[in-house]
Ligand binder design. Structure first.
Ligand code: HEM
Length: 127
């Protein structure tokens, strides 16, 4: 849902185009982050596409990820990767920087990061 504008987060971030730009910047940050880069494949295209689908539905847009891939089970999908607390911090920092780089205003940026913190630390599976 939203803060109090009546708009979903997805709408406030600029729907498909806004989210696409945020995701492109985010993965650009990820590949320059030594804690995260080694976990990802060389071709980020498919990962970016799935992230676009997932964040669309996570932020209140159409359920694109579930339509294409079934139940998200996101923690399970991350089990084959060693997700540490430090990597969760780094993931959130890459996203925070992307939101800033895409001109998302502070209040919305902080709200978005607060929404992502729950899943990020929930995916931690390695001490
Ligand atoms: C906590 C730190 C995180 C790390 C280290 C991490 C890492 C990864 C890695 C390595 C992949 C797989 C790339 C591949 O396909 O080879 C992946 C996939 C994915 N991640 Fe994360 N991730 C994290 C947090 C998150 C969060 C917070 C979200 C969303 C709320 C998220 C959403 C996704 C999605 C949607 C996929 C694609 C899943 C699929 O293949 O079906 N991740 N992540």
């Amino acid at each position: 849902m939203s803060m109090d504008s009546g708009l979903t987060i997805y709408q406030q971030l600029g729907e498909s185009d806004g989210l696409r730009s945020i995701i492109e910047t985010f993965y650009g940050n990820v590949v320059r982050e030594p804690l995260l880069a080694p976990l990802f494949p060389e071709d980020m295209g498919p990962v970016m596409e799935k992230q676009q689908q997932f964040l669309t539905q996570f932020f209140g847009g159409p359920p694109l990820f579930s339509e294409q891939h079934g139940h998200p089970m996101m923690r399970a999908r991350h089990m084959r990767f060693p997700v540490t607390n430090e990597r969760a911090d780094a993931w959130l920092a890459c996203m925070n920087a992307s939101l800033q780089e895409n001109g998302v205003e502070d209040e919305l940026r902080e709200f978005v990061i607060a929404r992502l913190k729950g899943p990020a630390y929930h995916f931690v599976n390695t001490p």
